[in-house]
Design a protein around this ligand. Structure first.
Ligand code: 5AD
Ligand code: SF4
Length: 428
């Protein structure tokens, strides 16, 4: 979501006459768009500010800090070594060009961290950085207040985007050649359209499915609590909806889940996994897990390992717990699992997960898979990479014109994090 916000900011600024540059030293305006889902964004921001101050002591660019850290720190950032000119919170992003303009005319509002109800950007403004995949926001903010999570404080309360606007944006993205649409929201499957009676997430999937030019649909992140029968049925019956569900579980222990205020349990989560797999035997699942949450005992952590062994996820993001400002956990619970113990736990979880992925991937060799080629290989310039419907990365030798094509490949080799394949033929 943060990356997509940057695409939207970039589009807005280009509309106001700015051009992007790859030379930081060249820039008249530097925007640092921060995200605080990951650890220590403040430190990374201060490092960046330090670099700007050191490299360009005499001819400083205009510096704007946007996003989560801006939202949290507000005007305190202006005092930070006198480098920051503008502070724009998560809900005021679309005001950035106007604020830059005002600053130049010296009639400045230098800080805007107000909560706005309307957080939409002008339609079609995003300068998408990926030629194949297009992210489209459907919900902003979150009302859930999981005790570890900063999102409700940084991005504000949940606001649904009108379905008419979402579909228009998707049509435009498809016309520009983006074949894969990635629907974004903090709890994406909580969607209900403000402008169309009874339109829920399942119906939205159906509507997106009908949009000409769209070949694949993905979404993140759903919440287990909001997976409905209608949603499962829509995923099962709509062929363009990818067979992959990211289903954050956070912990396998019911007592930890209660302290996290997740409102699901180990048992009802496994039950949901069973229902999903019954409906779609080829569905890939991935998850997020936090280890070392306050008070997590060795036995509670064992429950997480057990759940990971039982579910056998196709992939997993794991995090060591760390405190985030304002959250309920930071106020009420002591961060008491020692750092070394957190490391031990994450290492053993990742080891288990790596072995599971190795086995899952090994079974793919020899099979044929349909992939959408969506990236150049980072390591070898003559290679491209694509993803299966299940979201597994497949590396292959192919020329760069194949970017954006949907092709069949034969899987020839596998590792814990990706597959390798040879090109067979193009689909349609
Ligand atoms: N500490 C560690 N991990 C966190 N996440 C969110 N907040 C924290 C935190 N305070 C993880 C969760 C979430 C993912 C995006 O980041 O697993 O699903
Ligand atoms: Fe954060 Fe929980 Fe909302 Fe997800 S559902 S954004 S983890 S508060």
């Amino acid at each position: 979501m943060n990356v997509h916000d940057s695409e939207r900011l970039s589009g807005l600024l280009q509309q106001s006459g700015y051009e992007p540059t790859t030379q930081a030293d060249d820039a008249d305006l530097v925007v640092i768009n921060t995200c605080s889902v990951r650890e220590r964004p403040e430190e990374r921001l201060y490092t960046e500010l330090g670099i700007i101050a050191a490299n360009r002591p005499h001819q400083r660019p205009v510096v704007a800090v946007t996003g989560c850290v801006a939202q949290q720190e507000g005007k305190a950032l202006l005092e930070r070594g006198n480098v920051v000119d503008l502070v724009v919170g998560t809900q005021a992003l679309s005001r950035l060009p106007e604020m830059v303009d005002n600053l130049q005319r010296k009639q400045s509002t230098r800080v805007d961290i107000n909560p706005y109800d309307n957080v939409s950007f002008p339609l079609g403004i995003a300068r998408r950085s990926d030629p194949v995949k297009a992210s489209v926001t459907i919900i902003e903010g979150c009302n859930d207040f999981c005790s570890f999570c900063v999102v409700p404080y940084t991005r504000g309360h949940e606001r649904m985007r009108p379905v008419s606007e979402i579909l228009k944006e998707i049509s435009m993205a498809a016309q520009e050649g983006h074949r894969e649409i990635h629907l974004l929201g903090q709890i994406v499957n909580h969607y209900t359209a403000p402008d169309r009676p009874k339109c829920d997430f399942a119906e939205l999937l159906e509507l997106v499915h009908e949009t000409p030019g769209v070949d694949r649909i993905r979404f993140s992140s759903p919440h287990p609590r909001h997976v409905t029968g209608r949603m499962i049925e829509a995923m099962r019956t709509l062929p363009k909806v990818c067979r992959h569900l990211h289903l954050p579980v956070q912990s396998g222990s019911n007592t930890v889940l209660a302290r996290m205020r997740r409102r699901h349990t180990h048992e009802n989560y496994l039950n949901l996994v069973e229902r999903l797999r019954e409906a779609m035997p080829d569905l890939a699942l991935s998850t997020d897990i936090i280890v070392g949450f306050p008070g997590e005992t060795a036995e509670e952590f064992e429950e997480t390992l057990k759940l990971a062994r039982d579910v056998r996820y196709n992939s997993m993001f794991s995090f060591k717990y760390s405190e985030r400002p304002n959250t309920l956990a930071s106020k009420r619970l002591k961060d008491d699992v020692p750092s070394l113990e957190k490391t031990r736990r994450i290492v053993s979880l990742q080891e288990l997960q790596k072995n599971i992925q190795k086995e899952i991937h090994r079974r793919q060799t020899g099979k044929v898979a349909e992939i959408l080629i969506d990236a150049k290989s980072r390591k070898r310039h003559w290679e491209l990479a694509g993803r299966t419907s299940q979201n597994t990365v497949v590396n292959l030798e192919a020329s760069v014109e194949m970017l954006g094509r949907l092709v069949n490949v034969r899987i020839t080799d596998s590792g814990p994090f990706s597959l390798r394949g040879t090109l067979l033929d193009e689909v349609n």
